[in-house]
Ligand binder design. Structure first.
Ligand code: WT7
Length: 647
């Protein structure tokens, strides 16, 4: 493991909330000694309670943990209203469109627009507390208004990433039994308009019967079809008052659902709750990004992912800072786009994915040097392991050697950061997530809870419940227990297993090694191999399929598919066919880089596909495993040949 250490910038440390490792350990030891007391102090300090809670942590029905039970709050109040006293005219959302159009929305304006939206949902569409609202939106301010409007009235939003197909959208609408869908005609990408609304039409054509209304925001004014169920947001919204009382919500009422992929079956609706989620969203903004009053925070994620929920909308707004929302891509019109935005808006924290860093590095090694990036204080990365060369470029060239890089490990299910450097405290080892945040009990253990030896890969588990954790899988408590609490125990109690492997070094630093389950991570997008396989099986010429992930220079991992065709023979079109079905069943993010027709898959005599062999072949590695136990060992060289022929 790397011995290189990068110490925090002393000037930064001096003003940071957590200034040294001594302070870090003091907090962490406090949490270990009095877990509930630790959290209670922050809950009291950070949240505007409408009614006090009676219990900090209720473990009586584990693993269905409850936090701050009995308390009442409203997350929209926490993000918007409570800032109106002293921040009304500060910029809450700084929007930049793909084509460079900029709009600055103050907290006052945000409050008015959210209130109108909330009134519209209530009065026009009878949306009530507990109803599900699906958002299929581009990155425009109305997406944030819609989220906060739902939150204000107690409706549960479920955002579906705009890159998902009509099929995927319909599945999610149906699973959540959504009452309303909010979308836009389209948006702009790389200088050109694209459409979203037709995907909603397609999704609702063959299902989604629970949906009573579709609300369409106009963004690009392209021609779209209007159906009976559709409503023009821009016309309608004018009819509603910009004052709207917020609904007092119980700490444990659901806040939102967000579907994510697992190692088996269909995507699962991860359910988050109110108080614990917003508390941790705000605290991690303060600790990990160390945001201060006048900061301009830019997270480049899409609101369709958890990163966009927590670090574009809820976290920054709860912390009362300006959040940047960007419609476009950082490579358009050129590789300097992101850096010119940092210069223009004096961005103080920049948070992106390793894939984006690798792309920008490749496209413009010296590009950042053309811009004044002196406003930057903290750089962040998330979503996948970063490699040391990308890390160093980010540190030296983008950060000018003076910004800490926070390599934040977390998941849809954790709600917010779990393992990350603290920019004013942690001596950083490149490409290493370092230590659990104060209050987070992350451990690398065996299935039986034994800590792994230094340098040995183990299961990355969270051994105590934390406030922003997943509460359940929507409509499927059993799957929740099985997916997260079925793999590891500590002191006889099931503990949360993340699905990731990790290793601890001699200094106690944690490095994430990647998923150990059948989940692959392409450009930070999480996909289940089972889900991809189910989609590929819908291609009529395919008899059998096995999907693996394989390392990719830019994307981290790419999708590698082996198929056995029903009729052997011409397989020249198979990649096109398979990618067409993936694009329509899941979306373009699920397209495979390699689709190889093989005569058979390596199976044990009991019929289990040996993925380890398939992964090794995809990587071009020698097979070290004994293949004599396979039903037909001859398939191995045949597959190797087919892969070699495809190159
Ligand atoms: C999976 C979670 C968390 C928001 C974005 C993705 C991987 C996440 C890191 C990191 C190495 C990381 C893990 C995790 N991951 N952050 N800093 N280093 N791997 O959320 O879609 O729920 O995916 O992303 O494998 O389990 P997600």
């Amino acid at each position: 493991m790397s011995k290189e250490i990068y110490y925090p910038n002393p000037e930064f440390s001096a003003q940071a909330r957590i200034k040294s490792m001594d302070e870090y350990w003091e907090l962490q030891n406090k949490a270990k000694a009095d877990y509930e007391g630790f959290w209670e102090a922050y809950a009291k300090e950070k949240i505007d309670w409408l009614e006090p809670y009676s219990k900090v942590l209720d473990e009586s029905n584990a693993p269905f943990y409850k936090w701050f039970t009995g308390g009442k709050l409203n997350v929209c109040n926490q993000c918007v209203d409570r800032h109106l006293k002293d921040k009304a005219d500060d910029v809450a959302i700084l929007f930049e469109g793909d084509r460079g159009d900029v709009e600055k929305i103050t907290f006052k304006q945000l409050s008015q627009r959210v209130n109108r939206f909330a009134n519209m949902l209530k009065e026009q569409f009878s949306v009530k507390k507990g109803d599900r609202v699906v958002l299929y939106m581009p990155m425009i301010p109305e997406a944030a208004y819609a989220m906060l409007a739902c939150t204000r009235i107690g409706a549960i939003h479920s955002i579906v990433f705009g890159g998902f197909s009509a099929e995927a959208l319909r599945d999610r609408i149906e699973d959540a039994e959504a009452k309303v869908v909010i979308t836009a005609d389209g948006a702009y990408r790389k200088g050109k308009p694209y459409l979203l609304k037709p995907v909603v039409d397609e999704a609702l054509k063959a299902g989604g019967d629970s949906v009573e209304a579709v609300i369409v925001v106009k963004r690009n004014n392209e021609e779209i079809a209007w159906n009976d169920i559709d409503n023009n947001y821009n016309e309608l919204i004018e009819n509603f008052s910009d004052e709207c009382d917020f609904e007092p919500m119980d700490s444990e009422d659901p806040l939102f659902l967000l579907y994510t992929s697992g190692s088996t079956g269909k995507p699962k609706g991860v359910q988050h709750s109110q108080a614990g989620y917003i508390l941790w969203a705000q605290m991690t903004m303060e600790w990990v990004f160390d945001v201060k009053k006048d900061d301009v925070f830019w997270c480049t994620a899409d609101i369709g992912w958890i990163t966009g929920h927590t670090y574009i909308v809820y976290g920054p707004l709860a912390a009362g800072v300006t959040t940047v929302m960007f419609e476009g891509v950082p490579t358009y019109p050129d590789a300097g786009r992101a850096w010119s935005m940092v210069q223009e808006h004096k961005i103080t924290q920049f948070y992106t994915a390793p894939t984006a860093i690798r792309v920008l590095h490749k496209m413009g090694e010296d590009e950042p040097k053309k811009y004044d990036l002196s406003s930057l204080k903290v750089l962040g990365t998330v979503g996948e392991p970063i490699d040391p060369p990308a890390w160093k470029w980010y540190y030296e060239v983008v950060g000018g050697g003076k910004c800490a890089i926070v390599d934040t490990w977390w998941q849809t299910e954790t709600g917010g950061h779990m393992i990350s450097p603290l920019p004013g405290a942690t001596p950083i080892k490149p490409a290493c997530a370092t230590f659990p945040l104060p209050g987070i009990m992350a451990e690398v253990i065996d299935q039986d809870g034994t800590p792994k030896e230094v340098g040995e890969t183990g299961l990355l588990c969270i051994t105590k419940p934390w406030p922003s954790m997943i509460r359940t899988i929507w409509n499927d408590d059993e799957r929740y227990v099985k997916s997260y609490f079925g793999d590891a125990v500590k002191d006889g109690k099931p503990v949360y297993f993340s699905g990731d492997g990790a290793v601890v070094d001699e200094d106690g630093y944690i490095t994430i090694t990647g998923r150990v389950d059948d989940v692959i991570n392409v450009s930070g997008h999480r996909m289940g191999t089972a889900e991809i396989e189910a989609a590929v099986k819908k291609e009529p010429s395919v008899a059998e399929v096995a999907v693996v992930g394989t390392p990719h220079e830019i994307k981290g991992e790419s999708i590698f598919i082996y198929v056995v065709l029903k009729e052997q023979g011409d397989s020249s079109k198979i990649k096109e066919l398979v990618n067409a079905v993936l694009s329509s069943e899941i979306g373009n993010i699920a397209k495979a880089d390699d689709v190889i027709a093989v005569s058979g898959l390596p199976k044990t005599r009991s019929g289990k596909v040996m993925r380890r062999i398939l992964r090794a072949i995809a990587k071009g590695e020698a097979i070290t495993q004994d293949t004599s136990t396979l039903e037909d060992p001859a398939v191995v060289p045949a597959i190797q040949q087919a892969v070699a022929d495809s190159k």
